[in-house]
Design a protein around this ligand. Structure first.
Ligand code: XMP
Length: 253
């Protein structure tokens, strides 16, 4: 069993896990076989735990599993000294978010990914609630898929300054102001990744390596702190070897 200091904040815990494991890889456990998703998740954690610092579970794993299944998955991750992130891109009114977050906390997740479209006040209560339970919030700032530009890249007028800015810049400032523990910026748009990392705020989580076209070297050189990787590892012939390859490439940055 690997010990991670559980009184520390999520931000510190994941930093500590990444030091212990010498890895900044967040394994996205996206089921590639749907018949036994829990078995798939447990097996992936056991095989890859020494090459990653955290796991990330998305809806297509969360939906088919029960609360006790998810608690078991998270317990196993914790047993190996890993953090667990719920990638639900939460985006609702405060009352609804509150109940969803409570369930995620009870299931043992350490952090939840939220969509800043919920607005500043709602985001603030989500941050307060999660921090109250020693959990973290990671906010979307610029997603990794091609169509992200149609939303995160559009011009908006800031309600405070009345100046025109880009949606992702507005989201970045707002989410940092509200005390999030990390931001998501896709590995597929290097100039935006670089721009966000130059502002030196919260750690950057970057999905989109490999399968979506992002390249690990340029992503790590341009400021990503944690890499969210799914298919490039899990769909490869030898996932452990592939994960170790990524681990080595990151440590050489
Ligand atoms: P792959 O197989 O492409 O998996 O390595 C990536 C995982 O991350 C999710 N994903 C995102 N999650 N913001 C997020 O919070 C994003 O911009 C984003 N892009 C991809 C994807 O659903 C999969 O679970």
């Amino acid at each position: 069993m690997t010990r991670v200091y559980y009184l520390a904040s999520f931000r510190n815990r994941i930093e500590q896990s990444s030091k212990l494991k010498n890895s900044r890889i967040v394994l996205s456990i996206d089921p590639i076989q749907t018949s036994q998703p829990k078995r798939f998740a447990m097996k992936s954690i056991k095989h890859l735990q020494h090459t990653i610092c955290a796991i990330k579970l998305n809806f297509h794993l969360i939906l088919p599993l029960s609360k006790s299944d998810l608690s078991e998955v998270n317990k196993l991750a914790h047993f190996y000294g890993l953090q667990s992130i719920a990638d639900v891109k939460l985006n609702d009114i405060s009352n609804t978010n509150q109940i969803a977050i409570q369930y995620l906390i009870e299931m043992g997740f350490d952090s939840v990914i939220v969509n800043p479209f919920m607005g500043r006040d709602v985001l603030r209560s989500a941050v307060q609630q999660t921090h109250g339970s020693n959990c973290g919030v990671i906010a979307l700032v610029y997603m990794s898929h091609h169509g992200a530009k149609d939303c995160y890249g559009v011009d908006v007028v800031s309600p405070k300054t009345k100046r025109i800015t880009k949606m992702y810049k507005y989201f970045h400032k707002m989410t940092i102001d509200e005390g999030v523990d990390g931001v998501v910026v896709g590995a597929t748009n290097i100039s935006i990744l670089k721009e966000i990392s130059n502002r030196k705020t919260a750690p950057i989580y970057s999905p989109g390596i490999g399968a979506q076209g992002g390249r690990i070297n340029s992503v790590t050189k341009n400021g990503a702190d944690y890499l969210i990787i799914g298919r490039s590892i899990l769909s490869s012939i030898d996932p452990v070897r592939e994960a170790k390859k990524f681990q080595l490439l990151m440590s050489n940055r």
